[in-house]
Design a protein around this ligand. Structure first.
Ligand SMILES: Nc1ncnc2c1ncn2[C@@H]1O[C@H](COP(=O)(O)OP(=O)(O)OP(=O)(O)O)[C@@H](O)[C@H]1O
Length: 369
């Protein structure tokens, strides 16, 4: 198809909001021509009833209207044929788990905890948003199969992924591509799957969900050392672990077990986060509701057990606003980035995402002359 360069250029600025690639690259522009100030353009949606229809419509019209000499935009919307969809799918999806490829440059970080309720999901949601706000391309898998809460924490409780045949497009919240097992079970029903089913579900997330090129993939693991933690280590052998604990000694002891699985799985524990640290009272004094020292203690013990330095990445104070941000679906790092708890999380997000990475063994995609 021959499209005038000026129109082609304008249309290339329009992205499919879910796939996040220019519509010109996705075969969505069937035709476009300029005649006496009027552009006639036909755009093909990936599926009938595409939820992004009006957004694409608006973006195409705005992009073309800005081309000098264009007075009117006559936009026709169509739907891709099954063959066109198959072509799009094969250009986007690899049937293997892309993140397990040793050449993948996506950093995969699984957030784990020993006990439940220590704030692992809240921190994962905040870390993901902090990274995205920093300009990184971020994916987030809510693998907390029995206690999935990420969609709610990110303000998209009822969101469903768009399916294009076998390809699954993750909803985007606050710039983060999110997929959760909760998006596939109707009416908040409990997930009663065990081992092999969970493994298969995770595998499907990793192969069929189109995250595209992302810098970081975060996984919110269930608490403890169950099936999912093992599956993550098998499906993503290069993944790293962050362990969340409270300052309480008993919680840190349970968390040590979650971190110690790295001895068996060969994963690297890249740090400990202490959450629910001292509450700052209105008069400026502090109160250690859950005791103190658990994070530093856990980091020290894991360093001994694993034989490498496991740092305490940071301490996040108990902060009612952090809880309120989760309830409202707007993580604290976005609603009040200047608060002490948000600053801690933002600093940890930078530390985790911006670590220099060893490139040994990775294909760089360049050929020396
Ligand atoms: N730093 C904090 N200050 C105040 N409230 C917090 C903080 N961190 C987490 N919370 C609150 O504690 C509760 C538990 O947090 P969250 O659901 O994130 O824990 P979790 O470890 O993911 O639990 P589970 O794995 O069992 O689902 C939530 O109500 C959350 O809003």
């Amino acid at each position: 198809m021959n499209i005038e360069p000026r129109l082609q250029e304008a249309l290339a600025t329009v992205q499919d909001p879910e796939i996040r690639r220019p519509i010109t690259e996705l075969g969505m522009v069937e035709s476009a021509s300029l005649d006496d100030g009027t552009v006639r353009v036909k755009v093909l949606l990936t599926i009938a009833g595409c939820p992004m229809r009006s957004r694409i419509e608006d973006d195409v019209k705005a992009a073309l209207a800005a081309v000098p000499g264009v007075r009117e935009v006559d936009l026709e919307l169509g739907v891709m044929s099954p063959e066109q969809r198959a072509e799009l799918r094969s250009s986007l999806v690899s049937r293997t788990t892309p993140f397990s490829d040793p050449a993948s440059l996506t950093r995969v970080i699984a957030i784990a905890s020993g006990k439940g309720g220590v704030g692992k999901s809240s921190l994962t949601a905040n870390l993901a948003c902090a990274m995205a706000a920093d300009g990184l391309r971020v994916g987030l898998i809510d693998a907390d199969v029995h206690g999935f809460s990420i969609p709610g924490l990110l303000g998209i409780p009822g969101a469903k992924p768009t399916r294009v045949d076998e390809m699954i497009l993750p909803p985007v919240a606050h710039g983060v591509k999110v997929i959760s097992i909760g998006m596939f079970v109707p009416d908040n029903k409990p997930v009663i799957w065990r081992g092999p089913m969970l493994h298969r579900a995770l595998e499907q997330f990793l192969t069929d969900v189109h995250f595209g090129d992302i810098d970081v993939l975060l996984l919110d693991l269930p608490p403890g050392t169950g099936d999912i933690a093992i599956s993550v280590s098998q499906l993503l052998p290069g993944s790293e672990l962050v362990i969340v604990t409270t300052p309480q000694a008993a919680a840190a002891q349970v968390a040590e077990r979650a971190g110690s699985i790295a001895v068996q799985t060969g994963q690297k524990v890249v740090g400990v986060i202490e959450n629910m640290s001292a509450l700052v009272l209105p008069d400026g004094s502090t109160m250690d509701i859950f005791g103190s020292g658990g994070g530093a203690d856990l980091a020290r013990r894991l360093s001994l057990v694993l034989g490498n330095d496991v740092p305490l990445l940071g301490q996040v104070a108990l902060d009612p606003m952090l809880r309120a941000g989760g309830d409202a679906g707007v993580p604290l790092v976005l609603s009040d980035p200047g608060s002490a708890a948000a600053e801690q999380i933002i600093a940890m997000a930078r530390r985790l995402a911006r670590r220099p990475r060893g490139l040994s063994g990775k294909k760089l995609g360049v050929t020396p002359l």
